[in-house]
Write a protein that binds this ligand. Structure first.
Ligand SMILES: [Zn+2]
Length: 274
């Protein structure tokens, strides 16, 4: 797979997507600069993959060096443990299952969700905070705009603008995901910030002003983000966009994004109706 480097970032692409990879390479420095500037955070090195099909788990995994070291040392430690233990086979079975269950389950769940989202979404960000460095997969050709969103957001006037908005949105996730170590970033903040950054890069509004009314809706039960492309998904996304937008308009966004993120929940705009 051909690849190109843009500063600390890397883009992988199929030969047929060379033009789109070059467009992305031109966009990246501005996305990085604006993202860091708006958030007041330092961006990690990011791998982009431009693909029409969801890449395999192995292409998106980029363990940080402590995780890689633990994975490398684990078989040796298990061998020593098994040799010393009373019953070597039971010891091996127990340690393997204990060590593998949690991470394997999380990976399996993540990929299952990614496969569900993939047909409709323009991009996905992979990277467990503090454990995996981010990989952003951009879905190209970008799936068509879903009519269900039309009352809430403006359709993109051009494919280039859509690409830059999607790349910036995913970049926003990657930036926040890696900034706080293993502290989870609340969904409203991560999604809202990513939409806000996408709009800054696109240079024109992506959400209709009337979608601000979604801020007044009670928070839905369950997670509409699990049902990508439904009306409930867009209503929640609009709400999160306006929550972060109101922080940015009042000059509070950097404050909200300062670690350890307690300020973010204090500053989160309150509902005007129950
Ligand atoms: Zn998102």
């Amino acid at each position: 797979m051909p690849r190109s480097r843009v500063g600390p970032d890397e883009i992988r692409f199929a030969e047929g997507d060379r033009v789109i990879a070059e467009t992305l390479a031109r966009l990246l420095p501005e996305i990085r600069r604006k993202g860091e500037d708006i958030a007041g955070l330092v961006s990690p090195s990011i791998r982009f993959i431009v693909a029409n099909r969801l890449p395999s788990l192995f292409s998106v995994l980029r363990p940080t060096w402590p995780v890689a070291a633990i994975c490398g040392a684990a078989p040796a430690a298990m061998g020593a443990f098994a040799a010393l233990a009373f019953d070597p086979s039971a010891a091996i079975a127990m340690s393997v299952s204990l060590m593998a269950t949690g991470p394997v389950y999380r990976l399996w769940k993540g990929m299952r969700q990614a496969r569900m989202w993939w047909p409709h979404c323009g991009g996905l960000t992979f990277g467990h905070p503090g454990w995996w460095r981010p990989t952003i997969v951009l879905h190209y050709p970008i799936p068509p705009h879903l009519p269900v969103a039309e009352g809430l957001c403006y359709p993109s006037p051009s494919a280039d603008l859509r690409l830059s908005a999607i790349a910036a949105h995913e970049y926003g996730h990657a930036l926040l995901q890696t900034a706080y170590g293993r502290q989870a970033v609340p969904t409203w903040l991560s999604e809202g910030f990513s939409f806000w950054l996408a709009e800054q890069i696109a240079g024109q509004p992506l959400w209709r002003p009337e979608s601000n009314a979604c801020v007044e809706e009670p928070e839905p039960k369950g997670s509409p983000y699990d049902q990508f492309g439904t009306e409930a998904y867009y209503r929640l996304a609009a709400r999160h966009y306006w929550e972060v937008r109101s922080l940015a308009d009042r000059g509070l966004l950097r404050d909200a994004l300062s670690a350890p993120l307690r300020r973010a929940s204090e500053l989160r705009p309150q509902l005007r109706v129950p």
